[in-house]
Design a protein around this ligand. Structure first.
Ligand SMILES: NC(=O)c1ccc[n+]([C@@H]2O[C@H](COP(=O)([O-])OP(=O)(O)OC[C@H]3O[C@@H](n4cnc5c(N)ncnc54)[C@H](O)[C@@H]3O)[C@@H](O)[C@H]2O)c1
Length: 338
């Protein structure tokens, strides 16, 4: 059985990736610091015989090295990161710690470990910045991050590529668009909307709701990451996108229609409420994912409407998932410049 490390495996994408890898007969070692956003709900039903967990900050080089030497994994998927743009406006330091220093530490650990191991680093479409015209960013587009979050992700991407060129580290980068699906921390847009719909609360939409994002079902992303592990070329980055863009207002309306079609009662307080915009809020992200499609033969499989429907039903059926978190963590408005 192939052994791999997933860092940040108690987060949204990390936990879905672990489930996916175990289903595909991998043994997974999860390294997670367990920050405010951790939850292992998705991991409740995995086969624990194929799984090990270490509560660990990826900045702890001594322990990371010890785990590498002891378990000799074939690869590391790095998903450990601070991820909420609004929080990066309020407290950028943590983003430098985990997203830049943490990656530096992983690279140094790999260098010192010395054996062949592949690093698949999970980055974001946000590094390309605001794409205002109708175009889509390719892997050759310039990086132009707007928030401390996206700047920290851009920094680590550059650091990784420098370690490939200078030290021969075997690494690939994936730049993915917005993920949706089961088990996402409820401060993010889709779970916030679902929680509020189910609790008769207004639906807060930043600015005028015209910010457009490309959305991919989390399992499609996970399959893309496994494809990169198996077929990705050292020193290459791969965009992972669905090609489906929708603005926040239309997304909210679509979700409301899905709920109505299920004959679920919607309370009278469930109304779109425009709230003050995030400073530096990029209007549009959009990826050109031809490289991974043509070179690695990956394709997204999930249709957006049915994926959103499935996602709503997951939160509806797993309502107790929301009880894992203090409500204070996802109700307080963050990211307003002081
Ligand atoms: N969610 C998206 O739409 C999206 C899109 C593109 C890329 N990404 C990237 O995917 C990765 C995972 O995102 P997510 O949405 O699952 O985030 P998340 O916030 O749900 O999970 C992040 C996990 O990382 C852990 N973590 C944070 N700092 C750590 C550290 N120093 N050491 C060890 N663990 C640490 C947290 O405890 C948490 O469990 C991130 O790198 C993010 O930039 C996310």
């Amino acid at each position: 059985m192939k052994k791999v490390i997933v860092t940040g495996g108690n987060g949204f994408i990390g936990s879905n990736l672990i489930k996916f890898l175990i289903k595909n007969n991998y043994f997974v070692i999860n390294l997670d610091k367990n920050t405010y956003s951790k939850n292992s709900y998705i991991l409740n039903n995995i086969n624990k015989k194929k799984y090990l967990f270490f509560k660990l900050d990826i900045n702890n080089k001594k322990k990371v090295l010890k785990i590498l030497k002891r378990h000799k994994p074939k690869a590391i998927f790095n998903l450990a990161a601070e991820t909420h743009v609004d929080r990066s406006i309020d407290t950028p330091k943590q983003f430098i710690h985990s997203n830049i220093n943490g990656v530096f530490n992983l690279l140094e650990s790999i260098r010192e470990y010395g054996r062949k191991i592949k690093l698949v680093h999970i980055s974001t479409d946000e590094v390309y910045g605001d794409i205002k015209d109708k175009s889509r960013s390719s892997e050759n587009s310039p990086y132009d991050p707007s928030s401390p979050y996206s700047a920290s992700k851009a920094s680590s991407d550059h650091l990784i590529m420098s370690y490939v060129k200078t030290f021969g580290v075997n690494a690939c980068i994936s730049n993915c668009c917005n993920n949706y699906g089961p088990g996402q921390f409820p401060e993010k847009l889709i779970p916030t909307l679902i929680y509020n719909i189910l609790n008769n609360k207004p639906l807060p939409i930043y600015g005028k709701g015209i910010n457009s994002r490309e959305w991919i079902f989390v399992e499609d992303h996970c399959r893309g990451l496994l494809t990169i592990l198996n077929k990705g070329k050292t020193g290459e980055s791969y965009n992972i996108g669905s090609g489906i863009n929708i603005n926040n207002l239309n997304l909210t309306k679509l979700l409301l229609n899905i709920v109505r079609s299920r004959k679920i009662k919607i309370g009278k307080n469930v109304k779109i409420k425009f709230v003050k915009d995030r400073p530096g809020h990029d209007l549009r992200y959009a990826l050109n994912s031809n490289k991974i499609k043509n070179k690695l033969k990956w394709r997204p499989l999930k249709n957006f409407k049915s994926g959103l429907n499935e996602t709503f039903l997951w939160y509806y059926d797993n309502y107790k998932f929301f009880n894992n978190f203090s409500k204070k963590l996802f109700f307080k408005r963050l990211g307003l410049k002081k």
